[in-house]
Design a protein around this ligand. Structure first.
Ligand SMILES: C[S@@+](CC[C@H](N)C(=O)[O-])C[C@H]1O[C@@H](n2cnc3c(N)ncnc32)[C@H](O)[C@@H]1O
Length: 274
């Protein structure tokens, strides 16, 4: 087994924390996601993952977010077996392997070039699957992606690291590119979570900075008239909360009762029309 040395800092290092969260979840008695490929990848990367000091509860929270986005992805692909998927800020996430899309789907994983290079060394290829090494703020990631099929743009743990103007530009580019329309599904944090970021251990450890918070998800409809919000779920209301250790379940219950805390983390799904 070859070991990969990784010297990522800042936002690129956060992908190691979320990978480790999924690996820890896969070791649990009742995993939320059960992603064994994450565990295998962690074993192959020469990096001290314990520095993130992730608790089993934090690992389960990462896994719950991933599971919800997996389920939205599966739902879209079951309605559109000829779709294209653009998975932005993929990091080392194994969504394409967990979802195992039907043969008619073309799936593109997009992240910075050095992240994509590491992915190539760690994971196998698949039919209909391609990697694009490019910043999502650079329009160069789009032209290679077919525009004439229903599209799902999915992003996990990405939007909070983009600026507001970069998010708005991204929304327009996506809506302009995909002529057949489609959906966008992603998680976001609230402006309060951005203000409270010093409390976030993963950010302190990696040196990454949160830059964008989503207030009212309907505001994005004002950015582009082709966008419609179709689903919104607070992270503390995800269906797998019962798998969290008791203190986390209790914290979720309390947070649900306090609107600004309930909205610290949300998952949203938009439809964009042709
Ligand atoms: C918290 S990690 C999440 C990674 C993966 N989605 C997961 O859930 O494990 C944030 C990811 O966003 C990527 N990222 C941040 N800004 C980016 C940008 N402008 N272009 C492409 N990727 C970006 C980072 O490289 C990293 O892989």
């Amino acid at each position: 087994m070859t070991t990969e040395k990784v010297a990522f800092t800042g936002v690129r290092q956060t992908l190691l924390a979320t990978l480790y969260g999924r690996a820890l979840d896969s070791r649990a008695d009742r995993p939320v996601l059960g992603d064994r490929m994450a565990e295998d990848a962690v074993r192959r990367i020469a990096f001290d993952f314990t520095r993130f000091r992730l608790t089993p509860g934090e690992a389960a929270v990462v896994a719950m977010r991933g599971r919800q986005l997996d389920e939205w992805t599966r739902a879209f692909l079951s309605d559109h077996p000829d779709a294209v998927v653009a998975h932005l800020g993929c990091g080392l996430d194994c969504r394409v392997f967990r979802v195992a899309p039907p043969a008619g789907v073309q799936w593109f994983d997009v992240d910075y070039p050095e992240v994509v290079e590491l992915r190539r060394r760690l994971y196998p290829g698949r039919q209909g699957y391609r990697l694009i090494g490019c910043s999502v703020t650079d329009p160069a990631w789009l032209p290679d992606i077919p525009r004439d099929r229903p599209a799902l743009v999915v992003a996990e743990g990405l939007t909070m690291y983009l600026s507001g103007p970069a998010m708005e530009t991204l929304v327009h580019r996506v809506a302009n590119h995909f002529d057949a329309g489609g959906e966008a599904a992603f998680d976001a944090v609230s402006p309060l979570a951005v203000r409270l970021q010093r409390l976030n251990r993963i950010l302190r450890t990696s040196g990454a900075t949160l830059t964008w918070g989503l207030g009212d998800p309907r505001r994005l409809e004002g950015w582009d008239p082709r966008l419609r919000l179709v689903a919104e779920v607070a992270a503390v209301e995800l269906p797998w909360i019962d798998r969290l250790p008791f203190p986390y379940r209790l914290a979720c219950r309390v947070m649900r009762l306090v609107p600004p805390l309930r909205r610290l983390g949300v998952l949203v799904r938009y439809r964009f029309s042709d």
